[in-house]
Write a protein that binds this ligand. Sequence first.
Ligand SMILES: Nc1nc2c(ncn2[C@@H]2O[C@H](COP(=O)(O)OP(=O)(O)OP(=O)(O)O)[C@@H](O)[C@H]2O)c(=O)[nH]1
Ligand SMILES: [Mg+2]
Length: 339
Amino acid sequence: MKNLTIAVIGPYGSGKTSIVEQLKQKEGLESEDIVVRSFKQRDTLVNLVDVPGGLDTPEIAIAALSFSNAFMLVIGADNPITYQLGEFIGILDNMKFNKGIICLNKIDSADKETAIKKLSSLLKGTSLENVEIFPMSALDPQNIADLREKLISIEVEDKSNYPAVFTVDSGFEWSKGAVALGTLLRGKIEVHKKLIICPEPLTKELEVLSIQVNQEDQKELIGNSRAGIGLKDIYPWYLNRGVELREEGKYKDVKEGKIKIELSKLYKNKIEEESEITLINHWQNVNVKLSNIKIENNILNADFSADKNIAFDENDVILAINKDLPIRMFRILGRAYIY
Ligand SMILES: Nc1nc2c(ncn2[C@@H]2O[C@H](COP(=O)(O)OP(=O)(O)OP(=O)(O)O)[C@@H](O)[C@H]2O)c(=O)[nH]1
Ligand SMILES: [Mg+2]
């Protein structure tokens, strides 16, 4: 079985939820911000992470993208070019994300050709340049059937040989301990495997007692899968967003150090000594203060100290943003590397 997690992002009211509701066969996790729905087509299970466009910071969209292996960017053909779209394209481009599809929605009520023309010029030179633009309507069942086929044919890299990374989004009580609900991003987890819960100060070795996918017990879990993992010796209230399960010795967990940021050309604000930015890695959201800043050729190097630990390995795509800037200002600093 192939597993795909697709982050569904796009401007406010472009039709994301309408499309997801048409595609879905099964309900999934629902929280105050995101909704997960899934469908199965032949040998592929697709999880759709529906991110509302009305949020006033981009963190949730970035988090959803960083734990997904593909994206679906939904744009309303009636209002194709918006400030918000620019920020989403900036996020995808800074993450160098090019696995996915752009749904140009609502073509039943807007001029498709004009919208495509405007959109194509906006995408030029970004990571989305060669991504398919699919003109469609959420109201057309044939478009929905075609979209299902397009989504399951997205090719993703096999990351089952990477060190295991499981991001938790919630936990609940269980007779033998607790169940962590979340997504296996990379690697393999089998029953009895020992994993470390992180970042600090939560560090502790835990044994996997059971694995559940869609209410079915499994012996083994291979990325990229949403699952519930039964764990011994942990209380459910520790299993929140931002908590991850990783392999001992296969990740870093730091609160300060050196940072490099590949600055986005669209980020126009001055970055001052001791200014604060936010690093996003999956559901981890860490505020860091920068000092000894040096910027050369759009590369920033600095020392940083954070308000809490961040856990990561070299396969993670960490974005730096300035969430204090008002909406309508480009808040994405760029991709960050921690040393
Ligand atoms: N004519 C037409 N209307 C559509 C289409 N898709 C969605 N809509 C309408 O557009 C409005 C917004 O749709 P939603 O699916 O809620 O949009 P969304 O992207 O989930 O919105 P947020 O989550 O608030 O960002 C609703 O009134 C839908 O009925 C479409 O293909 N054609
Ligand atoms: Mg919605």
